[in-house]
Design a protein around this ligand. Sequence first.
Ligand SMILES: Nc1nc2c(ncn2[C@@H]2O[C@H](COP(=O)(O)OP(=O)(O)O)[C@@H](O)[C@H]2O)c(=O)[nH]1
Ligand SMILES: [Mg+2]
Length: 325
Amino acid sequence: MFGFLKNKSDPSDQVTEQQAPRPAWGERLKAGLSRTRDTLNTPLTELFSRARIDGELLDELEMTLLMADCGVEATQWLLAELKASVKRDKLETPSQLSAALAKGLETLLTPLEKPIELGAHQPFVIMIAGVNGAGKTTSIGKLAKHFQSQGKSVLLAAGDTFRAAAREQLTAWGERNGITVIAQESGDPAAVVFDAINAAKARKIDVVLADTAGRLPTQLHLMEEIAKIRRVIQKADSTGPHEVLMVLDANIGQNAVQQVKAFDKAIGVTGLVITKLDGTAKGGVLAAIARQCPKPVRFIGIGEGIDDLQAFRASEFVEALLGPT
Ligand SMILES: Nc1nc2c(ncn2[C@@H]2O[C@H](COP(=O)(O)OP(=O)(O)O)[C@@H](O)[C@H]2O)c(=O)[nH]1
Ligand SMILES: [Mg+2]
């Protein structure tokens, strides 16, 4: 259930790891986004091969964008851009619209492209939040490796104190990868995170990644608990947390907007990780986020492997979604 965090005695993992080198990120992104890509491209190919641009074509284009979970607001925005572009650039054939759509989507998504910048603080404290199963713990493992590869030292706070198994798994994984994991038998996640920040200060660690248990925005006591974790981080380091990273499973589509708003209200979300873009047809949710709850998309996840999480780049994303095969 944990992908690379799985118990290493599972031989299937090791076999795949030792096989032929994996394709480059761009290729894997395209493959990962294939379900959203198909949802868009099958109708778009037909639309863009028509003889002329008319109202019917634009209506069908609208439906197609909605099917990929772009949401009403982003879809209206994209259509308005396209209509303006038809006039301004004197587009005549539907095939010319194709490039205009890609350009519009890139314009929409580019403001979300704001990579995380460490360095201003040491330790740089990153608090992770989200609902159960969104991919928080897995993403923490991937992020730890990502920061290590940039020469940063990393410490993990096992702040999901609800599941003992999760804590043990994280600790074992940390040991194998030379990453300190601060965990406690006690049930108080705020105390774990407080200890972790102090340990990181004492050891001059660059980045603290604080895991938290999953919770729904409707579980008010749990939302209050996570707000408390944030306050305790601030007590341990008055400049922190330096990033409040919300992890979202792309499969929830439009629900992402309400979730981001609710977590933002409770803990002040500063960045997003969108996981499981592989295997969902709802990749358009990034467009909805761009219009309805714009927060920097720091990373996107396209699989369970340790290197299946990378920084979000709008042009690369649009190319993988709408570019030639
Ligand atoms: N396909 C796919 N699975 C993922 C991705 N990220 C996480 N997962 C899987 O989602 C499941 C839940 O992840 P976990 O990190 O335990 O979620 P948490 O409850 O938020 O900590 C695990 O099986 C992960 O391997 C992703 O980008 N793609
Ligand atoms: Mg977890």
